[in-house]
Design a protein around this ligand. Structure first.
Ligand code: GNR
Ligand code: NI
Length: 178
């Protein structure tokens, strides 16, 4: 197992559209193991392969308090979305430090395959509905900040660029005195 590097916004690789998985082999299982370790190490409730620069349609979720209810979604698609919407606070491991409200369909039905290629369908509401839609967006090259106003998007980019700069060269200090 290995902890993978999570891409951070703004990064053009976060906008690549992921390809469907066609082979449920050891290579996929190694990716799932590495993504699982990466998601838990980062304390995320979900992770899409796009975020670790693997552009295949693979998503993990674990919404449990105890981090013991891992769900694997390979090739997930929404088969239904409720006309009713709900507003929820979202964050993203690829946009650290930015949290904001996003409006999405309140309930969705998701069709996906498990690690062995077996199909299943799941009805999702509440946090599960938010999280699975957030992750499927990643596979389609979309990051949640793109649902915010242009002003908030610009602020998020500025905040992340500052963070990246400071990480490279160390934080700038205010001049001493006065
Ligand atoms: O850890 C995460 N928390 C979260 C909170 C509200 C809505 C969506 C999420 S997903 C996020 C992990 C992540 O970035 N997945 O892509
Ligand atoms: Ni995310």
């Amino acid at each position: 197992m290995a902890i993978l590097t999570i891409l951070e916004y703004p990064d053009r690789r976060l906008h690549k559209v992921a390809r469907p998985v066609t082979t449920f082999d050891d290579r996929l299982h190694k990716l799932l193991a590495d993504m699982t370790e990466t998601m838990y190490a980062a304390n995320g409730v979900g992770l899409a392969a796009t975020q670790v620069d693997v552009h295949e349609r693979v998503v993990l979720l674990d919404l449990s308090e105890t981090r013991s209810e891992l769900r694997v979604f390979v090739n997930p698609t929404l088969t239904w979305a409720s006309p009713e919407t709900a507003e929820g606070e979202e964050g993203c491991l690829s946009v650290p430090g930015v949290f904001d409200k996003v409006t999405r369909p309140a309930k969705v039905r998701v069709r996906a395959q498990d690690a062995h290629g077996n199909e299943f369908e799941l009805e999702c509401e509440d946090r599960l509905a938010v999280a699975i839609q957030h992750e499927i967006d990643h596979l389609d090259g979309k990051v949640f900040v793109e649902k915010l106003s242009l002003l908030k998007q610009a602020r998020a980019r500025a905040k992340l660029r500052k963070r990246h700069m400071e990480r490279q060269r160390g934080p700038r200090r205010e001049p001493a005195g006065l």
